[in-house]
Design a protein around this ligand. Sequence first.
Ligand code: FEO
Length: 385
Amino acid sequence: MYSKSIQYIGCDDADMKLFESQYVTPEGMCYNSYLIIDDKIAVMDTVDPRKTDEWLKKLSVALNGRKPDYLVVQHMEPDHSGSISAFRNLYPEAVIVASAKALQFMPQFDEKLNVGNTMTVKDGDTLSLGHHTLSFITAPMVHWPEVIMTYCPEEEVLFSADGFGKFGVIDADPDDWACEARRYYFNICGKYGGPVSTVLKKVAGLSIKTICALHGPILDGERMEEAIRLYSIWSNYDIETEGVLIAHASIHGNTAKAAEKLAEILKKKGAKKVVVADLCRDDMAEVIEDAYRMNKLVVCASSYEGDVFPPMHMFLWKLGLKAYQNRTIGMVENGTWAPSAGRAMRALIEPMKNVTIVEPLVSLRSSMKESDIPQLEALADAMLA
Ligand code: FEO
């Protein structure tokens, strides 16, 4: 029970270790769903098909013999829409409330689904449940185009769809919302800073006491204020932490040694925070998160097949895909006969928005030698200038 009228009926999925088949989730995942009980009853979203049976049982207990009047579908990605068909089979009279695009997507995921009674809502539409009103806010590209959020003024609750979500079961990291919320945000919504910023402006005038996202804990009080503050920074691609991230992709460890040496030099020269990441072994989603978190990035990579070692290619390609911007980037390349990593990395970095590539490009031959230290010193000076 979250409030007298709103019940949490979501499901933890502690066994989910690779969310969306790409993000490691050591602390599992949760698919949040809520029930609003009034003269009319509304279910807020379904859950991933992995948890359909558990969710339907929770729903049935919470309904306590009543029947739902509405199923509000805020987002059609299967981790939230994956139990719509099962719901529909049990509750054929309920009205499915969603955006036009969501209703278009619905049968695409299940051709056997008889969508049945529906209500199409657009920005500003409202639905009265009796003593509670649901006010719909379109939130396209947070994180798909059909997304809506829902505000209930009587409870001062914002149902925020994927917004303000995080990795982990619902009570994972109770004292550190930001760590896994940041990794979730930049990897899943990072490309959509503009749309996130737009929806933050739309809801800024609302009196919100609680945010109920589709993943992660229910947010209120100071934790909610902090989440809103961070979302404002993240969606604007602003700097959260002054620091340098050094990301390396090293075949035999020699490029990694140069990256560590550069970290040592940067610290000696007064860099506030320096983090070294191994793109071949660390969780790349975590490295992407750190790239956005800090204002400066140095990429160090081996040359490979006249190009750049694939883990670095993947990293920079993903950053480009996720609209990485407003940052300063330095480069270290390594190669035995014809270093090509610098050229390849530059080609991936140059199209990024408002990114400054600092010189010199440090170019190593096979391994770092004493004679290479002045180049690393010069790069460190340029990064800190
Ligand atoms: Fe949690 Fe975009 O799905």
